[in-house]
Design a protein around this ligand. Structure first.
Ligand code: BGC
Length: 725
């Protein structure tokens, strides 16, 4: 590499890190000094985690906060507080409990990502961090950023979609927001935990280069942005080794290549050994009753005493944990107290509502069925308990609403159920905003629903798909005959609107016959109000898909999910080398398949123009500039997206996984008639390939083509730029 360019590229990476890392500067030294004063027994305390509820006959320690995910004792003599850990990826969660904490729920992570709004992701994270602290916690177990390789994955609703740049930046901002509250943030699940089927035993096969350019890249970007104090390693095996004892993943990639200074905690039940795990890079066994043994308890002491685990390694484990705590002011800020009465729920409702509004994606709007206008005199709302509530996702991320679930008795009785319905009624919110007569039918009887639809000006079907940790969806189809319901309603009324409240992309056999489709994901605590504001045009939709909607399972790299959901302990492998780093839209473009809705797609009630794309090489960094204009009659927010790929002549030499990648974007508010000049600096990795020989990113010389538009399949301006190595 040319020396000047090498320096410039290094500086570009360094700036990226320097502008985002917030850690207290002396955290390393303080951690080092404290470790020097600790006895071996004190160090051992830090690396062994408890569960906050009774599990497998083991009672939680008395100082744990009841029904929370984790507790690690402190060392009062050295001013080291306990670690009170809670799941809070989408809001402060409660483990299955008779009296759950009632907190603000964000919409799905997929919604936050679909907002493409980095500032909003930060605010959402900061809000959750405040609630976590006022619930007595100082460690958050969320930032979840597993890439969406399969639209049926039961945890996609916790994640941030399929693109490493978008997912990494959005999740990193959310973590940065979490940690602005003197709280340790986490990123999970490291790595390749991209399906729930047989998640504890499945062995994911993936070549290092493909891994570094996909899931690991998303993690790395999120770590650079958010600087989380901890990384949670995943349940699954990767290339034959459990993720929580993988020397390659933990020592080599995370700690050595990326220079990560925080600590690695295991997922609950993901530790499988003492010596191999400790030497493989695991720093803390979490929620030990979920594991087969107290691997980091007495067994670790023995391993350290007899030299199987070096003493320096135990010091390193303790130092990393303490560093995360010092870096996030856990020793200096007042200890968190359980004082939920101080949470400003009204203010937080506005934050979650904004995420729902900016993250919902208007997929179709034929004949301007939406927004609902004054000439609509009667509306029938069908299904989805839309008279009362919106649905939420289950598992460790489950947030409980004030007053409890609005609908009881649905879904599995035990974990990850039951289904929790957040009491935010789309119907009531709509009634407050329209003079039309609004009625409700539950949709259980398709013929009755169609009859009601025939007599109304507009029919709105609320279609739901529950999703939850530990379960993948059996298919991409909506469950419970809802496809037939929608088809019947659409047959009776041309002005049928479908609001999807789903964890995942779904298939839509009725698409041609309905007027409009709004993907609202799991819309969170204020979801009903957000949906009503979008339907009436009080808010102009501005979400863009963070994940492709495939037309069918046959288009996927694995039309059938590997493994067997009925076999808990079965050993299976899954081959991620089929698509490698070509995840999501990259797979579709590489194989020439046409999805139902492309990555980045999303409509609004106005129209935008994206034009005059220019690219220049600014001392090694590629800077893009272009113009965005609002050419319609309503104010709105455009999401200009630039994709990049090697121009045809350079394609072979470039070594890319797919024809194009997302290079950058912005979210731009525009009044009618207004236009703005936008400039975006491209992360140099988006132009490079991770090279196994040098173990880093190198840009290959050639001509690169940049394309600008309002979606990955709506290009309106293009330019090329020749770039040196
Ligand atoms: C999940 C993690 C979660 C942990 C603690 C596990 O089942 O995979 O995401 O943080 O439990 O609740």
């Amino acid at each position: 590499m040319n020396k000047v360019l090498a320096v410039a590229l290094a500086a570009a990476f360094a700036t990226n890190l320097a502008t985002t890392a917030h850690a207290a500067p002396d955290a390393d030294k303080r951690a080092q000094d404290t470790v020097a004063q600790m006895t071996q027994a004190e160090k051992m305390l830090l690396v062994f985690g408890y569960f906050g509820a009774e599990f497998a006959g083991v009672k939680p320690p008395k100082d744990a906060i009841p029904y929370t995910a984790g507790y690690v004792p402190g060392v009062p003599r050295l001013n080291i507080p306990p670690q009170w850990q809670t799941d809070a990826g989408l809001g402060v969660a409660t483990q299955p409990s008779p009296a759950p904490r009632e907190r603000t729920a964000l919409p799905s992570g997929m919604a936050t990502a679909s907002s493409w709004n980095t500032k909003l992701a930060y605010e959402a994270g900061a809000m959750i961090g405040r609630e976590a602290r006022l619930s007595g916690h100082n460690v958050i177990l969320g930032g979840a950023v597993n890439l969406q390789r399969d639209p049926r994955n039961g945890r996609n609703f916790e994640y941030a979609g399929e693109d490493p740049l978008l997912a990494g930046i959005i999740t990193g901002e959310q973590i940065r927001g979490n940690q602005s509250n003197n709280i340790v943030g986490t990123i999970k699940h490291f790595a390749f935990n991209d399906q729930e089927t047989n998640r504890n035993t499945i062995d994911v096969k993936i070549d290092e280069q493909a891994g570094q350019m996909s899931d690991l890249l998303a993690m790395r970007i999120a770590i650079e942005r958010g600087d989380p104090g901890s990384v949670m390693c995943a349940y699954n095996l990767v290339n034959g080794v459990y993720a929580c004892e993988s020397d390659w993943l933990l020592n080599k990639v995370l700690k050595k290549d990326w220079g990560y200074k925080g600590f690695v905690m295991s997922d609950w039940g993901a530790t499988h050994s003492t010596t191999q795990a400790a030497n493989g890079g695991l720093d803390q066994q979490s929620g030990w009753p979920f594991d087969k043994s107290m691997y980091f308890g007495p067994a670790l002491k023995e391993a350290v005493d007899n030299g199987h685990v070096p003493k320096e390694r135990l010091d390193d484990m303790a130092k990393r944990i303490l560093r995360a705590m010092y870096a996030n002011n856990l020793m200096d800020a007042p200890q968190p107290k359980v004082e939920p009465e101080k949470i400003d729920f009204a203010a937080h409702a506005k934050v979650t509502r904004q995420v729902a509004e900016e993250g919902s994606v208007l997929l179709k709007n034929a004949g301007n069925v939406l927004p609902l206008t004054a000439d609509v005199k009667s509306i029938v709302i069908i299904g989805g308990h839309a008279d009362k509530a919106v649905i939420s996702g289950g598992g460790a991320a489950q947030v409980h609403p004030h007053g409890g679930s609005a609908v009881k008795g649905e879904g599995p009785k035990g974990f990850p159920g039951p289904i929790i319905w957040l009491p935010s009624s789309p119907m009531k919110a709509l009634q407050a905003r329209t003079k039309a007569r609004v009625t409700y039918v539950d949709g259980k009887d398709a013929a009755a629903a169609a009859k009601a639809a025939a007599g109304a000006d507009v029919a709105i079907v609320f279609a739901t798909q529950w999703a939850a940790e530990s379960l993948d969806a059996p298919s991409m189809a909506l469950p419970d005959n809802q496809d037939a319901l929608i088809a019947a309603v659409a047959g009776a009324n041309k002005r049928t609107v479908v609001v999807l409240e789903t964890g995942n992309p779904v298939t839509m056999p009725w698409l041609d016959n309905v007027g409009a489709v709004l993907a609202a994901w799991f819309p969170g605590s204020a979801g009903g109000e957000a949906i009503a504001r979008l339907l009436t045009g009080e808010v102009n939709p501005s979400g863009r898909l963070a994940a492709t909607f495939p037309a069918s399972e046959a288009q996927l790299p694995r039309p059938k999910i590997d493994g067997d959901p009925t076999s808990r302990d079965g050993r299976f492998t899954t081959d991620y080398n089929i698509e490698g780093a070509a995840v999501g839209y990259k797979w579709f473009e590489k194989t020439g398949k046409k999805p139902l809705f492309a990555f980045g797609h999303g409509l609004s009630y106005t129209t935008y123009e994206y034009r005059d794309l220019k690219a220049r090489n600014d001392g090694g960094k590629v800077v893009l500039s272009f113009t965005v204009a609002n050419t319609g009659k309503r104010a709105g927010q455009a999401v200009p997206q630039v994709y990049v790929g090697p121009a045809p002549a350079s394609a072979k030499a470039a070594g890319w996984e797919a024809p194009r990648r997302l290079a950058g974007w912005d979210k731009v508010a525009l009044q009618p008639g207004e236009s703005k000049a936008v400039s975006v600096t491209v992360d140099p990795r988006m132009l490079a390939v991770w090279e196994p020989k040098t173990r880093d990113w190198q840009r290959r010389p050639g001509t690169y083509e940049f394309t600008l538009g309002g979606a990955s399949d709506a290009i309106t301006s293009r330019t090329t730029l020749a770039l040196p190595k």
